[in-house]
Design a protein around this ligand. Sequence first.
Ligand code: AMP
Length: 217
Amino acid sequence: MLGAPGAGKGTQAEQVARARAIPKISTGDILREAVHNGTAIGRRANDIMARGELVNDDVMIGIVRERLDQNDVRNGFILDGFPRTVIQAAALDEIVKGRDPLVVIEIVVPEDELVRRLSRRMVCEKCGETAHGAAAKIPDCQRCGGRLVQRSDDHDAVVIERLKVYNRQTQPLVEYYQTRPTFRSVNGSQASDRVASDLMAAIESAASGVAAKGVRP
Ligand code: AMP
């Protein structure tokens, strides 16, 4: 799943994962957990994340390689927040070689809308659920009752840096993937349930094109 910070990748990935009963793998969540647990990777990632920059490619590729080696991804998986650089994308192609082709969906949202969304979004301290709109205005998480807080990297200056980093390092991935028969773009400015249905349709069409033509990435 490709898209700028605030495009709705996490929320949408969660729904796809639930609908298809496959794991959602969010590299941002993995790193936040590592920071929380004070592991060696977490200690190194902490400052980089706080500045809105990207963690080193080798570290990220190692994390994803290890995760995709586990049994629960055999029937598929959804990646949220990875790849973020062309080097990571090339490594991912190598990691999934011999498996079904990757379906790549870009969620497109204009930049002014992204800034607005990021500065308003809240997350649950306890379960990590993201709250938007009306749900972000009440103090408790609707899923588990935990306290809602602003993500430390959703403050204005860091948001601007994250969008810059996205444009410079991650946006080129659209060019990397867009000629593949398994690439689709979805309009992420619509209501969330509309984005979800477009997304499901895009995944179906990309995956069935693959099945019909036997296309390899
Ligand atoms: P996210 O929750 O996806 O917005 O990620 C939060 C932060 O974690 C990013 O701003 C980066 O600092 C770091 N991060 C997450 N995924 C990656 C990745 N694939 N490559 C490099 N840094 C990452």
